[in-house]
Design a protein around this ligand. Sequence first.
Ligand code: SAJ
Length: 422
Amino acid sequence: MSFETISVVGLGYIGLPTAAMFASRKKQVIGVDVNQHAVDTINRGEIHIVEPELDMIVHATVTEGYLKAVTSPEPADAFLIAVPTPFKVCAEGEIPEPDLRYIEAASKAIALVLKKGDLVILESTSPVGATEQMAEWLAEIRPDLSFPQQSGENADVNVAHCPERVLPGHVVRELVENDRVIGGMSKRCSERSVELYKIFVQGDCVITNARTAEMAKLTENSCRDVQIAFANELSMICDKLDIDVWELISLANRHPRINILQPGPGVGGHCIAVDPWFIVSKTPEEARMIHTARKVNDSKPGWVINKVKIAIADFLQENPEKTAKDVTIACYGLAFKPDIDDLRESPALDITKNIAKMHCGQVISIEPNINMLPSELSNVQLVCFDIASAEADIHILLVDHNEFKTKKPKSGVLIDTKGIWN
Ligand code: SAJ
């Protein structure tokens, strides 16, 4: 059975581009989101997120009538769920638990419009077992339909986990070119999912089971987290031993089998800093290295703030006519990684906020990708590079945006967490 109408639930950084790709292949796509603003924006042919090339595709597919957005699900042949999976708030030092409430709400909403022959795919990054849990929620609401946990290959509704793996900033290209891991709850579930993704995916669609697919995604992001933690740990060791970590890494990387990543102010975004906890919370006894890596990366912003405190004290000692009130600190970059406007879970934002809280003098921020500072930085001023470079006494480089690679403050104390001003 072919897929004529496809529904994507959750129109964020993954859901909207995915919906747009199906629509660009002339499928009828119904995007569902609880956010009325997002729905209205998309229906005008515009987008509410920043992602290169996406605006053109959404505009074209909405105008041609292939993509529409709604706030509650409508019948379709396939449903893809791409909602957030954050973790629950917990006390400091405790292991965060995944919060599946958005998956639960999305699956209960689509359950009402499911029919025999439909396919449901969970794309959200999820702890192991979440797809089986989702199938249970669907079955609870629709006892009139059979699901793979009850009827295997003969189920009325097929269910699979196919994690998204695209890199923000390159989503449109990676959605088409990347290989997909397809974890069906039965062989038939996997085969139908491959048929669906092949509508636009040019990469290989590799079949496994749902639990392995869930773990594959968590493994990819945990692997990157562990590798970044290694680089961050090296940067702290080198600082103590008076060695330039950037030179060290470039030397070590000349070895044919070594590829060390880059240290920074910490790990941000809502993927790499979150997903490893889904493994640690399930298997705390075994996941020792993954847990330690999380702790190392989470400790890096505090380490940078400590460096700033030392720099202020040194500056005042060398300039005895000044008090802390006279010291202007410039923080370069707020985004969680270079050349994007996304401030979610950003260590640069966290560091700037903490410096503004502890420092009684002026704190200024330079972030070329935004026009307005978030409300939590109410006592910080957004300025351009040249003003900051001329006015600040202490310059802290937090994100290696392209603009910062070509310019360097001419005077003052430099704290460079990304190694581009060396
Ligand atoms: N970072 C470093 N040093 C490095 C590389 C990255 O400190 O050498 C930092 C970045 O500055 C940033 C954080 O790590 O704060 C994460 O950035 P990233 O570029 O590594 O990854 P994300 O979060 O943008 O996207 C990741 C990708 N996963 C992998 O590369 C394994 C992407 O493919 C996933 O789809 C995405 O997570 C996701 O949605 O899970």
